[in-house]
Design a protein around this ligand. Structure first.
Ligand SMILES: [Ca+2]
Length: 195
């Protein structure tokens, strides 16, 4: 191994540290990942685009996060699921619950509330875009977010489908085997209009 390769590996390793420090559990294939892309639209409006990578069928996703813009009080005004993977897969409940007092947002996505069999098949891409503005009409200089736990006990998680694998090699899972904690990656990005 050359010095250059060693340095590259070290730097790559350090960049991954914040991600790996989150206790992720995913017994199915490679770790699934939730990405949060933060982007400035203009001085007063920012967006947070939530995407995910999954390599097994998923039927539930919870993404609770806390936002911070220094002393500027901000609010999540709306969430656009249209055009994203959750809408395309016809999920029953694309949830959006902002809690302005504590600057938190809970995105709870549920595939089925009745006798449907919706799921998110393996893939990657946008789930939802959240729009954020200043409560005090002050310019938002910087926006950061992190995962949190919101009431009653929503933490970053995904629920996989009960049956995994391709026929005839399928496995039926107990409910407590179906919860995975994905990796969490926050990135500063360029704004792209959801479509
Ligand atoms: Ca996986």
């Amino acid at each position: 191994m050359t010095i250059k390769t060693k340095v590259l590996l070290l730097v790559t390793g350090l960049m991954l540290l914040p991600v790996l420090s989150v206790a992720q559990t995913d017994p199915f294939g490679v770790p699934d990942t939730i990405y949060a892309d933060i982007a400035k639209i203009d001085d007063f409006n920012w967006s947070i685009t939530i995407s995910c990578f999954n390599d097994e069928d998923v039927i539930g996703i919870a993404v609770p996060f806390k936002m911070s813009a220094g002393l500027n009080k901000i609010v999540a005004d709306s969430a656009i699921y249209t055009g994203g993977r959750v809408t395309q897969a016809n999920w029953a409940y694309p949830g959006f619950r902002p809690d302005t007092a504590i600057q938190c947002v809970t995105l709870g996505m549920i595939a089925n509330l009745g006798p449907t069999e919706n799921k998110l098949e393996p893939g990657s891409g946008r789930l939802v875009t959240v729009f954020v503005s200043s409560l005090e009409e002050k310019k938002i200089e910087n926006l950061t977010i992190d995962t949190t736990t919101t009431h009653p006990s929503n933490y970053l998680q995904m629920i996989v489908d009960r049956v995994q694998g391709d026929p005839p090699d399928t496995t039926a899972l107990e409910f407590d085997e179906r919860l995975i904690v994905p990796a969490w990656v926050v990135r500063q990005s360029e704004y792209m209009e959801p479509k």
